[in-house]
Design a protein around this ligand. Sequence first.
Ligand code: GDP
Length: 141
Amino acid sequence: MKTLQRTLTIIKPDAVAKNAVGDIIEQFEKNGFRILAIKMLEISKHQAEQFYAVHASRPFYSSLTNFMSSGPIVTLALEKENAIADLRKLMGATNPANAEDGTIRKKWASSIEHNAIHGSDAEETARFELSFFFAGYELAK
Ligand code: GDP
């Protein structure tokens, strides 16, 4: 029996500003991810700080949370077998200079910070991040 896994992805403000939303969503579908839920929204600096609380001690925390609250984002709940690792592979390395050909960051990221897309990095973070943006009833499918 297939074990499906869920992950949370964010199309970041830089990618939304570049009109890359359609292209990135097409990549999810072409690579076998099912879209369970999707929303476009803007978050405040405070909300970005809560989302990225694990990075609070990092030198780029303030800059990152300013960036993530600088314009519209698109959040999606995705499902497939091995969704967390497979999405990280499709995203490419955090720094686009190190991202492999064919990855979303290779195509759309412009810097280590403005890197187009976020994806949960483990099951526990996926649970926290999915519930940060989606209510239980929105994922009950
Ligand atoms: P990810 O899991 O690949 O998104 O990377 P991390 O969890 O390490 O970092 C979270 C986000 O912080 C990244 O996606 C970048 O937007 C940003 N970031 C990571 N490292 C740096 C850095 O060295 N400098 C800056 N300015 N931003 C960074």
